[in-house]
Design a binder for this molecule. Sequence first.
Ligand SMILES: NC(=O)c1ccc[n+]([C@@H]2O[C@H](COP(=O)([O-])OP(=O)(O)OC[C@H]3O[C@@H](n4cnc5c(N)ncnc54)[C@H](OP(=O)(O)O)[C@@H]3O)[C@@H](O)[C@H]2O)c1
Length: 300
Amino acid sequence: MTASSRIQLAAKGPTFSRTIPGLMRLNQWGMTSTQLADWIQGCLDMGVTTFDHADIYGGYTCEGLFGEALAERPSLRNQIEIVTKCGIQLATADSPKLYDTSAAYIIAHAENSLRLFHTDHIDLLLIHRPDPLMDAAEVAGAFSQLRQAGKVLHFGVSNFMPFQFDLLESMLDFPLVTNQLEISPLHMDALHDGTLDGCQQRHIAPMAWSPLGGGRLFNGEDQQAKRVRHTLGEVGAALGGAALDQVALAWVMAHPSRPLPVLGTGKLERVRAAVEAESLQLTRSQWFAIWEASAGRRVP
Ligand SMILES: NC(=O)c1ccc[n+]([C@@H]2O[C@H](COP(=O)([O-])OP(=O)(O)OC[C@H]3O[C@@H](n4cnc5c(N)ncnc54)[C@H](OP(=O)(O)O)[C@@H]3O)[C@@H](O)[C@H]2O)c1
């Protein structure tokens, strides 16, 4: 049976499954904790061991739902790696949505994640978005404290530009292991704004969020989505019948920085299709045909 491959994110980083389910939409899946535990086991059966969360997903509910499944079947915990994020605070009656990367906020949210997951450690903690008020030394202090206490094993960032990554890393005496970025045939910024170059330069594998455009790849009625869908279909046919999602994922994974796709589906057959896509090889010509369909122009 096809199994997800393993990738070490960085020289001193963790090893994850190439295919990573993200739990942002978990509160919409309508699963009981038993069904979710079965779903996690179904992922494990395909070698998919890494799960992506954030404190805010589902209006702060998704981590707790996942944790209930782990509490119901505790043997799952040591077979999986948990990634989570903090640093965004959702709007309340008294406050707009904001970013908070103060040490107190990071530590309180990491500890709350531990409690919700019913675990004593998080495998990887990310700062969710660059915070214009980020005091890098303070974030580094919070990371070091969590690391020394064994509460978080590895640290990284999400949606950071290379200079923001370097700023934070320069304050740490251990390396950041990833930058989680939006990468899909419908969102190519990271290919051209230096962030993926920065990952290669630092020898870290990025995690690619919304690799299927959050579903727009399948149902988008805008011209870009239509063009990309058409070309993915053509490439899939040339590859002997690969599905749209598989060609899109192969396109993302073809980048030399070795992105790990973070999927949003709750359907095991779609996770399986993603695992199968790990072995799909696009030609350079196919890769650029998809680039051209996305950009709506030829390469200069
Ligand atoms: N770091 C960040 O800032 C950030 C931001 C956003 C998301 N994320 C992470 O990335 C993960 C994935 O994000 P995403 O949900 O936007 O990813 P996505 O995989 O691009 O999109 C998922 C959506 O596509 C649909 N879909 C998947 N395969 C399909 C198919 N073959 N046919 C039709 N529809 C299909 C899914 O529906 P079904 O459920 O029906 O399969 C779901 O609604 C999140 O869970 C989260 O962990 C991170």
